[in-house]
Design a protein around this ligand. Structure first.
Ligand code: SF4
Ligand code: SF4
Length: 60
């Protein structure tokens, strides 16, 4: 399963992107706020990002 981002919880700190081994997370904006976005074609499902997110904004 690709990682999903709970945009409401995400504060766009991008700590998840810093630890992603495959550069699979970028910043995006949904028109209301900045948030992390998973580049699904690059994601290798390692879930390192989920452990790093202090906001609980990432889920399998
Ligand atoms: S670590 Fe969590 S709060 Fe920070 S950008 Fe990533 S998903 Fe958002
Ligand atoms: S699961 Fe792994 S590869 Fe996919 S976005 Fe998270 S850290 Fe990156």
């Amino acid at each position: 399963m690709p990682v999903s981002v709970d945009v409401e919880k995400c504060n766009a700190c991008l700590k998840c992107a810093d630890v992603c081994p495959n550069q699979s997370i970028e910043k995006a904006n949904n028109g209301t706020k900045d948030h992390a976005k998973i580049i699904e074609e690059n994601c290798i499902d390692c879930y390192v990002c989920i452990a790093e997110c202090e906001q609980g904004a990432l889920n399998q």
